[in-house]
Design a protein around this ligand. Structure first.
Ligand code: ACO
Length: 336
């Protein structure tokens, strides 16, 4: 399709809480150990918020502020906000309006995206559509999560509690008339048949009483549930599939990828994705070892860090792919 504009990422920023939680720290809270966690997930440490002081909205705000500065823009230049998270401060309203308030943005639209680990891919694709059609010039896309307040830090919840971490990152998506650059293609998929395979169900609006009198609230459903093996199986199939779809759309090959940033779900999952695509180590960026799985924030945190390390240069072909609760998945190809 012929568009007058393409979407480039003109600025990025990330925010990770200072509090480092190592595998040994977790082993003091419940029965686990560094060897188990490292072998199965690759994670050595993660960040947790300073409890009661930092939230999804405040981390997202700081990341967004840094991204706007990196893009050399002002708050007034932002035309729209897309905020991806599965751990918003409140059931409603979403975090997008909080970032708008905190940064003193104009009364622009703020949209919250609920697509879990694929949230950033979905959010970026939404921004891309508004840019391509010429509706907006600069869109703030944020991914942020506070997983530490949601995890069950006991033996019952340890399979998930060791995996997830807190953090935020943001991108400013801007219009360019250089049609050789920017987002080349995106795809988004979902399979609701697996909605309950990775989910947090309570407190639920299915009951008249969400808290008091809610028979489910003290049971297992108040904590997130993950069918780990099923998630693993689908993740290692869907991510390569969506990358191949994006390459097919653009007549490119896996060899053309300069850097693949897979959602930082689990290092073993990323390793499988790399192998299935026949990529070499230099073509894939991982930082889950330091931050754990930060869900909607994991791709932008990794992209921002790769950029800071000089691993993403103008002209590079960057591929993002994610899979998560829903199930939802997708991929984006960017000519940087
Ligand atoms: N520490 C120590 N032991 C643990 C822990 C822990 N944190 N968690 C579970 N165990 C125990 C289990 O209780 C079980 O004990 P048992 O044999 O006595 O019953 C044993 O370890 C093995 O448990 P399994 O669940 O069979 O372990 P598995 O090898 O399947 O690994 C894991 C579990 C790591 C969750 C794996 O299934 C996995 O990697 N799944 C992918 C899930 C994932 O990465 N999700 C990311 C989030 S979703 C996303 O971002 C897409």
């Amino acid at each position: 399709m012929g568009f007058q504009y393409h979407s480039i990422i003109s600025g990025m920023g990330k925010y990770l809480p200072d509090r480092v939680v190592t595998n040994d720290d977790l082993s003091k809270m419940f029965d686990t150990n560094d060897e188990w966690i490292t072998e199965r997930t690759g994670i050595k440490e993660r960040r947790w918020v300073k409890y009661g002081e930092e939230y999804t909205s405040t981390m997202g705000t700081e990341a967004a502020r840094r991204a706007i500065e990196d893009a050399q823009l002002e708050a007034d230049d932002i035309d729209f906000v897309v905020f991806a998270t599965l751990t918003p401060d409140y059931p409603f309203p979403g975090c997008g309006v909080m970032v708008q308030k905190n940064l003193g943005l104009r009364n622009v639209g703020a949209l919250d995206v609920r697509n879990q680990c694929a949230g950033f891919i979905y959010a970026l694709s939404i921004a891309d559509q508004f840019i391509k059609t010429g509706m907006y010039k600069n869109i703030l896309v944020v991914g942020a999560e506070t997983q530490s307040n949601v995890m069950q830090k006991t033996n019952e919840g340890r399979d998930m509690a060791v995996i997830f971490g807190d953090g935020a990152a943001a991108a400013v998506v801007s219009a360019t008339e250089d049609l050789n650059r920017g987002i080349l293609t995106s795809n988004m998929h979902s399979e609701g048949a697996y909605a309950e395979e990775l989910a947090l169900q309570e407190p639920s609006n299915r009951h008249e009483f969400r808290i008091e009198g809610n028979p489910e609230l003290t049971g297992a459903k108040q904590w997130p549930y993950m069918n780990g093996r099923n998630v693993f199986k689908h993740a290692v199939t869907r991510m390569p599939e969506s990358v191949m779809e994006a390459l097919g759309e653009t007549n490119l090959k896996t060899d053309d990828i300069d850097l693949l940033i897979p959602h930082q779900a689990n290092l073993r999952i990323a390793e499988f994705v790399k192998q299935k695509l026949g990529l070499n180590d230099d073509q894939v960026f991982n930082n889950i070892q330091k931050y754990g799985n930060t869900t909607a924030a994991s791709i932008p945190i990794a992209l921002c860090e790769a950029k800071e390390k000089g691993l993403v240069k103008q002209g590079d072909l960057v591929c993002l792919t994610a899979f998560g609760s829903g199930f939802v998945w997708g991929a984006t190809l960017i000519r940087w």
